[in-house]
Design a protein around this ligand. Sequence first.
Ligand SMILES: [Ca+2]
Length: 346
Amino acid sequence: MPRNWKRRDFVSGLLMGGFAGSLAWNCLGRAENKPRFGAEAAFSAIRSGRKIPVILDTDIGDDIDDTWALTLLLKCPELDVRLVVGDNRNAIYRGKLIAKLLEVAGRTDIPVGLGVGLDERPGRQSRWVADYDLKKYPGTVYEDGVAAIIETIRKSEFPVTLICIGPVQNIAEALKRDPGITQNARFVGMHGSIYKGYGGSTEISAEYNVRVDPKALQAVFAADWEVTITPLDTCGLVHLTGEKFRRVYECTDKSVQALMENYQIWREEGEKKKLPPPDRSSTLYDTVAVYLAVEEQLVEMETLSLVVTDDGFTRIDASGRPVRAAVRWKNMELYENWLVQRLVGQ
Ligand SMILES: [Ca+2]
């Protein structure tokens, strides 16, 4: 691993972080059995004009929806992106994708973190980063992305919203190293299947992000913080077609063009052949987790007692922990319009 990458002084950050964390807790107050920081406080801060700090933990480079989610995230003025970390191993490949997308967006002020598993295997978007040198990223690259997650949460003056759109091994590792991060963060994830499975099926599924590493999500559920998810019930239904897709496809914004280039490469790698341009998106699961960091007005939330089973299901069970789940759309059409507007609007 190169030694000349920029790193911050974690020690001073941790000292500051302990102070900031307890300050945030005291300011927000804590009712009995209530998490320290929740959606209500986050949305109230947004309504008052505050940009809220977020970290994205993403298995970008597998399914293409993470690339949509990162592009969307950078176009949400309510959110102050403090760090983006690659999740689910293959950290160099994912780090390159994150860094190059941030460069294209002109957002190299955002640090990139390499998650657990510092390997580099080919993925469906490898062609897009074939010549990309991560050492030349103008911003900061943290070799230890988990330490960067802990540091970023610890030193944040306002509680952090963790947007997690992968199998969350980084988050499980962060909780293991420093369980106290829960005092200054809330968790928002694309995980699980409650009443519906893939493709709107009435049979529930062992959803991918859970199934890959059920123990990691079990650790997230065991932690003392508010947990919000978009399960397949809502995120598994989102696609852009027709005019909505066309508006994104024809958008001249550099980030959106990079997204469309990646989509085409991803499609062609999947089919192992040249393909004509697309006329619709794949399922945009992860974009809904970004939405839930901004607002929840278009979904029905239920607080359910959920367990994560060892075979990757999220089941309603009295022995579970409370999870806020977006179980139905109030209006998915409006969500898709919101998504398009965010991507193409300035
Ligand atoms: Ca993902």
